[in-house]
Design a binder for this molecule. Sequence first.
Ligand code: RP5
Length: 177
Amino acid sequence: MTSDDLKAAPRVSIIMGSASDYPTLQKAEETLRRLGVHAEVRVVSAHRTPELMFEYARGARQRGLRVIIAGAGGAAHLPGMVSALTPVPVLGVPIPSRALGGVDSLLSIVQMPAGVPTATFAIGEAGAVNAALFAARMLALDDPALATRIDQDRNERAEAALASNDSLTASRSTEGP
Ligand code: RP5
């Protein structure tokens, strides 16, 4: 990865309904950065700033965005509404909500009517990481260097899992019968 990869005009955006969603979506940003993919990050609320949401979504393709990761919690209308306004693929991340733990967010995002495709990932950080990896895989379809970095990342995750098994086995064998 070169520093130019991180400086290039963003092909991915990460938007969220509130700055309180950022601790979850930071995992998406970190995952993309690790792969050398620069993402722009913005608060765009479907409920509090609907005009901004319209403007942002309507201009997304022309600005060169190739995929939008949209996280929201509670009555999580942002991913679906943005998907209704742009042809750019939208990956929804349900944010854990204070009242209902994110099940409300999940159901709000996943139950889209036919004709408005909106991908939905797991609630919380796992969803944020996987949305980022999915976005990277989409970009890698015509970016061989990125595809190579994704392969390396996957190998590193496999090695970490194997190492965790070794640590677990070692710690168990030092305990009594
Ligand atoms: C949603 O309302 C946001 O996506 C956030 O998850 C939730 C709560 O927002 P705050 O009250 O923390 O700003 O629109």
